[in-house]
Design a protein around this ligand. Sequence first.
Ligand SMILES: NC(=O)c1ccc[n+]([C@@H]2O[C@H](COP(=O)([O-])OP(=O)(O)OC[C@H]3O[C@@H](n4cnc5c(N)ncnc54)[C@H](OP(=O)(O)O)[C@@H]3O)[C@@H](O)[C@H]2O)c1
Length: 367
Amino acid sequence: MFGRYRYALRHDVSIGCHDKTSVRALPTLQAQQGIVREERMTMAVRVQFKQHGGPEVLELVTFEPQAPGRGEVRVRNEAIGMNFIDIYYREGLYPVDSFPAGLGGEGAGVIDAVGEGVSGFAVGDRVAYASVGRGAYADQLCLPASRLVHLPDDISCEQAAAVMVKGLTVQYLFRQTYPLKAGDTVLFHAAAGGVGTIACQWARAMGVKLIGTVSTDEKAQLAKSLGAWATINYAKESVPERVLALTEGRKCPVVYDSVGMATWEDSLDCLEPRGLMVSFGNASGPVTGVDLGILNRKGSLFVTRPTLKHYADTPEHTQAMSDELFQLIREGHIDATPRNRFALKDVRHAQEALASRALMGLHVLLP
Ligand SMILES: NC(=O)c1ccc[n+]([C@@H]2O[C@H](COP(=O)([O-])OP(=O)(O)OC[C@H]3O[C@@H](n4cnc5c(N)ncnc54)[C@H](OP(=O)(O)O)[C@@H]3O)[C@@H](O)[C@H]2O)c1
């Protein structure tokens, strides 16, 4: 409702100009009568970059809002999720289609225009989205309706924007890639980060013993408070030794590793025979040049390198995964409140903070 109201306000008719606003003559009856009226067309803002690099390559630009194409809707973002993946795109680890490129794949807001051929979504609907390609770092964007989920009334846009990518990632990691059951003991790296804090809470809700790695004592405290069964400070402790001790020599059936290069081999050493290595990120750099024989030598191990879009691959799957996440939030098992909020215009500072490892938990950008 609020979104619709705001939209109406931004498209009022007046004479004169305003920040972020262009003025266009409107051919009305009054104009024919010699009275000039002008329509205030609100300009939109988005973040773009023209080359890979540090946060300094990011720039905020204004653009004229596009009408949604066939099968698309236009979403006015209320909040935008921040993910470590955004850094991979900015730095060039993950390719962009062309320059200038947009950034961000997660957000939530209100639909303010609907393209042809869209069913199931209407102007004024509250929606959220994850993994939609690049371009979510904007106050509005056009998206295929097939990538949206309806937002229940009791989930705020801030919560949804903070948690869609991270929460759906934990959904597929825990419920699909390796379906966990109560009593399982697992190793999860970067447990105080965005995905990590959701994982700690989800594991607690399932009765899973999650051993979380962290780089500081403060992060260890946070992970424990959110449900990690144990933590290992990998800046000063040996992860395989501690896992061996914590599991009384059994090790883990599955390791979830988003740190990548720095932890790859230690992670394999934490797996029981025929265990599954889930390598799902590259925070320290990508794992490359793997000798497959290492899987044989370390216990006939399995390995997978999954990504969210191959699990949330249809509107039905995405909605079902989201419903499960929203239910855990609703029941109080997962706190989806962002710990850090940055103004969209402070995007460089926000990215710097995320890359520096200083942040914990969930973060959003606010347009
Ligand atoms: N494959 C997928 O479907 C998928 C989907 C979403 C996210 N991910 C991955 O999941 C991971 C977490 O994402 P997130 O957005 O929630 O980020 P995050 O966990 O909030 O931040 C990344 C964390 O990685 C740890 N880290 C370890 N080595 C690092 C290094 N050299 N530089 C920077 N950080 C380092 C840091 O925690 P400590 O200081 O405690 O080490 C840091 O806080 C990322 O690797 C991301 O790519 C994958």
